[in-house]
Ligand binder design. Structure first.
Ligand code: ZN
Length: 198
């Protein structure tokens, strides 16, 4: 009995119950209203691998400078955390807090939530409740602004290169691009529905 229920899917458009087609290549259509039938994707481990890579890249990213420039034979280098601490030193306490949260804390916690969701899904270990993980996943996803930071770096670069021609993107910048790729992929590949069993 249970098995036959698993094979039935409801059309979101007209509410018709249809037998699920196991053909993965073609999208199934509702015979009554001809709308596409959404089939929940199976969770693969891709998201887990991407978030682990993202965390590793984030660690490496903090070692290398993002932008470097030469003024009177003196090398100036700016790292990610260095930027935050400069803001702190300049007494922009609130700004540095927001920057730290949106470009460091929220993306890192987002990746950690995905990893914990996988651990809890695959094992019997329970660190957090599913509801907490689910809510924090959406919260940190909402408050991560690492892409805004990249745009601001590019703008800074364009402004600086006009003043100091030796300005260049350093290794950290390229690591950051790779990091953002992994970060995004981990979020795209993450099927919260099957993990949190919504
Ligand atoms: Zn329909």
């Amino acid at each position: 009995m249970q098995r036959s229920i698993d094979n039935i899917i409801e059309c979101y458009n007209c509410g018709l119950f249809i037998k699920k087609n196991n053909d993965q290549i073609h999208t199934q259509r509702c015979p009554r209203c001809n709308s596409k039938i959404k089939i929940e994707k199976k969770q693969t481990n891709d998201s887990l691998y991407y978030s682990i890579s993202a965390l590793l890249l984030f660690g490496i990213l903090n070692i290398y400078p993002i932008i470097s420039l030469n003024i009177n034979d003196e090398e100036l280098k700016a790292t990610l955390l260095g930027t935050v601490s400069i803001l702190l030193e300049q007494n922009f306490f609130f700004v540095s807090l927001v920057v730290f949260f949106t470009i460091v804390l929220a993306p890192v916690l987002n990746s950690l939530v995905i990893i914990f969701a996988f651990i809890q899904d695959k094992t019997k270990i329970r660190f957090f409740t599913d509801t907490l993980l689910h809510d924090s996943f959406h919260f940190f996803k909402h408050w991560g602004f690492i892409e805004v930071f990249v745009i601001s770096i590019i703008v800074t670069y364009i402004k600086l290169v006009g003043m100091v021609s030796s300005t260049k993107f350093d290794i950290g910048f390229y690591i950051m691009l790779a990091y953002i790729f992994c970060f995004y992929m981990s979020n795209i590949k993450f099927e919260g529905k099957s993990v949190f069993e919504e």
